[in-house]
Design a protein around this ligand. Structure first.
Ligand SMILES: [Zn+2]
Length: 222
């Protein structure tokens, strides 16, 4: 859940020389005030909007807006705290880091896929858009798990899925949740794919990922 909000803030930038106040119709002391709105996400990622400098009469609290460029050129230090001004940058940084990890994840997935494709092994789990294998698929996207049963010279025999998804997330999750050994997950009849066929569906980008290990050894555990 995203928690966000806004809060009005005021910074007193110090007293000014007394001058005539048109409201009080008298000589009055004045202050320069900075009004701004702090907007935040989760109270940490902050940024500032609606910044306004005003010259206010100390007595009636009325006054005029000031040219921000003029005021800021005279400031010795920024009146708004650093974390308030730059909190958003941390969020931007986290988004950038997440993007880098996303790219990294893609690249690792693709590297392992190439290596496992070149040398298939019993128990490898392929997340595949099975629609690529069917002459008349029910849908353009039918992602499921193909599990290697046997590796032959010119072909690979797979357990064929009986459960399909619209994207690769569903089957990937099934592998992670160890659902593959549940009765009925695979259809009773295995399928055999020639190396050429596997190369073809790979060329069509139908093979999303290949996982090896973990589950394959589970069956051997006592
Ligand atoms: Zn006044």
């Amino acid at each position: 859940m995203i928690v966000w909000g806004a809060k009005g803030e005021v910074a007193n930038l110090g007293p000014q020389a007394s001058r005539h106040c048109p409201t009080c119709e008298k000589e009055r002391p004045f202050h320069v005030i900075l009004q701004y709105t702090v907007r935040h996400i989760w109270y940490v990622f902050k940024w500032v909007t609606g910044k306004q400098y005003v010259l206010l009469c100390d007595v009636c609290q009325r006054g005029n807006k000031l040219d921000p460029k003029l005021v800021e050129s005279r400031l010795t230090k920024p009146p708004i705290p650093f974390a308030t001004r730059w909190g958003w940058a941390f969020l931007a940084g986290m988004v950038a880091i997440a993007a880098v990890f996303g790219v990294l994840d893609d690249s690792i997935r693709s590297t392992s896929r190439e290596a496992y494709l070149a040398a298939p092994r019993k128990g490898d789990r392929y997340v595949v858009n099975v629609a690529s294998l069917l002459k008349t698929p029910q849908s353009k996207y039918m992602y499921g798990v193909l599990r290697v049963r046997a590796v032959n010279a010119g072909s690979v025999e797979f357990d064929a899925p009986s459960i399909f998804y619209a994207g690769p997330t569903g089957p990937t999750k099934d592998i992670r949740d160890e659902k593959l050994d549940a009765p009925g997950y695979f259809s009773p009849a295995p399928i055999s794919l020639s190396r050429d066929e596997i190369a073809r569906i790979h060329k069509e980008h139908a093979i999303h990922s290949i996982e090896r290990g973990a589950q394959a050894s589970l069956a051997a555990a006592p």
